[in-house]
Design a protein around this ligand. Structure first.
Ligand code: KG4
Ligand code: ZN
Length: 331
């Protein structure tokens, strides 16, 4: 039987565990979305941590059960070390440390953003470097050059909000529930993306992104037209707003391809689930790898998958691992 990695991911509001083989085959990928943050319009860190505590053991058990194995079949434990909500991360890290130390297993610390990139390496359709990777999630947005399986070079990143945050805040202004990305996508399907000319931050230099101005222009558009008319135009507003986010992401990615001379690209992060973005990037002319939606949004298969290429802490040192809230690359 192939060596198995158990992955645990608790960086935000999804409690995730997965079993992945050393070759990158996903044996199970369990995601428990907490669903309790909708009423607050965003993730409440303290509530997220408490829910991770309640869910993590059951989610790990479920991942093992779905893979048809017990802990004795696991060779190494992988866990998201950061970046993310530190209280949320600590629950996953503590539980991974406990399993590793208790079972005498090596522990592999994984950067969450490396995980989003590494989702592209998984079977059944692995996409190997070199390529340009666009990662757009609720907390991060950047375009990177990926030359190997263990790291990436950031070419440009958002100067303010992440693309997912722009979706979430825009949805809130349009009276749509959290998380906003899938909601905007749904409502936008009935609307005209050319109805409103929302700004695409073309003046931002280099390969960086900015979404704060776009968010403000949606706010002003709704205020100027009044709530009643805004409600009647909701589909057009959503479609035009989504169009501006997609354009900003696609134009920067196109420039990254030009600058690097690379002709292959991949995507990751929750916003990579967006159908309009996938279609727009498909038209850039580069070879495009599109991971399944469940590997774009937060999951533990990408963490276990990334861990295949990373060094492990021996079991005896596992208890020394700590979480970090901000990225090591300044992201
Ligand atoms: O990667 P992810 O699951 O968690 C973070 O690491 O942040 O990304 C969550 C983000 C949220 O902002 C959510 O609104 C967005 O991804 N998202 C989408 C779609 N599905 C999720 N945005 C646009 N279109 C979607 N279909
Ligand atoms: Zn993420």
């Amino acid at each position: 039987m192939s060596a198995l990695l158990l992955g645990i991911e608790t960086s935000c509001d999804d409690t995730c565990a997965a079993v992945v083989t050393r070759e990158g085959e996903i044996r199970s990928n369990v995601i428990s979305s907490q669903g309790v943050h909708d009423q607050f319009g965003g993730v409440v860190p303290e509530i997220a941590s408490r829910h991770h505590l309640e869910l993590v053991n059951a989610v790990v058990d479920d991942a093992l059960r779905k893979a048809g194995v017990g802990l004795d079949a696991v060779d190494a434990v992988a866990v998201t070390q950061g970046p993310g909500l530190v209280g949320a991360l600590l629950v996953g890290v503590a539980s991974a440390k406990g399993i590793a130390a208790g079972r005498g297993l090596p522990l592999i610390a994984v950067d969450h953003l490396q995980g989003h990139v590494a989702a592209n390496f998984l079977l059944p359709d692995p996409f190997d470097p070199p390529f340009v990777c666009l990662v757009a999630s609720g907390g991060h947005t950047f375009v990177a050059r990926v030359e190997d399986h263990v790291s990436f070079d950031v070419l440009g990143a958002t100067l303010d909000d992440a693309a997912g945050e722009a979706f979430d805040k825009g949805a809130r202004m349009l009276g749509l529930p959290f998380p906003g990305g899938p909601q905007i996508q749904r409502v936008a399907a009935e609307g005209d993306p050319g109805a409103f000319a929302f700004p695409v931050a073309t003046r931002v230099p280099g390969l960086d992104f900015s979404f704060a101005g776009l968010k403000t222009s949606l706010l002003y558009a709704i205020r100027d037209m009044g709530e009643e008319r805004a409600a009647a135009c909701r589909a057009d507003l959503a479609a035009s707003y989504q169009h501006a986010i997609v354009e900003a992401l696609a134009q920067r990615t196109e420039r990254a391809l030009e600058q690097t001379g690379l002709t292959r690209m991949a995507i990751g992060g929750g916003v990579a689930a967006n159908a309009a973005l996938r279609e727009r990037l498909g038209g850039l002319g580069a070879e495009l790898k599109v991971p399944p939606v469940e590997l774009c949004t937060d999951n533990a298969a990408m963490i276990a998958g990334a861990a295949r290429f990373l060094p492990a802490l021996p079991a005896a040192q596992a208890l020394s691992l700590d979480a970090y809230s901000t990225g090591q690359r300044g992201l």
